[in-house]
Design a protein around this ligand. Structure first.
Ligand SMILES: [Zn+2]
Length: 240
């Protein structure tokens, strides 16, 4: 997707696809990233696309255009499929599922608006809560941004479009963004964090003072033919 041609431009704040304009002129179309005028290139040999005028360099055009395309698609459908969410334990207990994959209504949507010292690609409102949506094209969310997202105490979803085919038609992009979940991961999930805190406090309330717990009902590990677990390593992550 790195060399993807620019397929979208802005005109009077509306997103325009290359198929909607005549070849050769600017038609009032500007770059979503740098606001400079674009030219529609619709020749016979090369893939139809918008191009900056000679001499204008623009690094983020395709990435920003896809953020606008994602917003446009979500605005039109007003729903999004969200993936399952799990608590992952630092023990051999495996995962605890907190929520199933489900499609939720989007109440409102904003693009690239600053929040607590960082700029998420999209901010959606789902079930009265803000949900941050990151669209990964060439720039994955780095550790610094991830930490800011966690500190903001808002759930954040990443939609990975980095491996999507170059000539992906709009309908497939819509399908990936709205209805599918395979390319979506939670960067931060506040329900998972809240449930995890609950489990932790419930476990600590038991005031187990020994380092090992004998006859563990979970029986995650056996020692001397009894189920026996290490308190610090396993019990504090256990929901039972
Ligand atoms: Zn540009």
């Amino acid at each position: 997707m790195k060399h993807l041609k620019l397929k979208y431009a802005l005109r009077d704040s509306e997103l325009v696809h290359i198929s909607q304009v005549e070849s050769g002129g600017s038609h009032g179309c500007t770059c979503p990233a740098c606001n400079k005028a674009l030219v529609a290139k619709k020749g016979i040999k090369r893939e139809h696309h918008f191009a900056h005028k000679a001499g204008d360099s623009c690094e983020h055009a395709v990435e920003t255009a896809l953020h606008y395309a994602a917003k446009e698609v979500l605005d039109r459908h007003r729903k999004i499929c969200l993936p399952e969410a799990f608590i992952t334990f630092n023990s051999n207990r495996g995962h605890l599922k907190i929520s199933e994959e489900k499609t939720c209504s989007i109440e409102s949507l904003k693009i690239e608006q600053g929040i607590s010292g960082f700029v998420p690609d999209l901010i959606a409102k789902v079930r009265g809560r803000e949900l941050l949506i990151e669209v990964f094209v060439t720039h994955k969310v780095d550790e610094q941004k991830q930490q800011k997202i966690i500190d903001s105490k808002l759930s954040a979803l990443e939609i990975d479009l980095s491996k999507a085919p170059r000539n992906m038609p709009l309908e497939e992009l819509e399908e990936l963004i709205v209805n599918q979940c395979e390319n979506k991961t939670w960067i931060n999930n506040e329900r998972v964090n809240e449930e995890y805190k609950k489990i932790l406090s419930q476990t600590l309330e038991r005031q187990i003072r020994t380092t090992h717990v004998h006859c563990c009902p979970v029986r995650s590990r056996k020692w001397q033919s009894q189920s026996n677990v290490n308190f610090m390593r396993e019990c504090i992550y256990c929901p039972l």
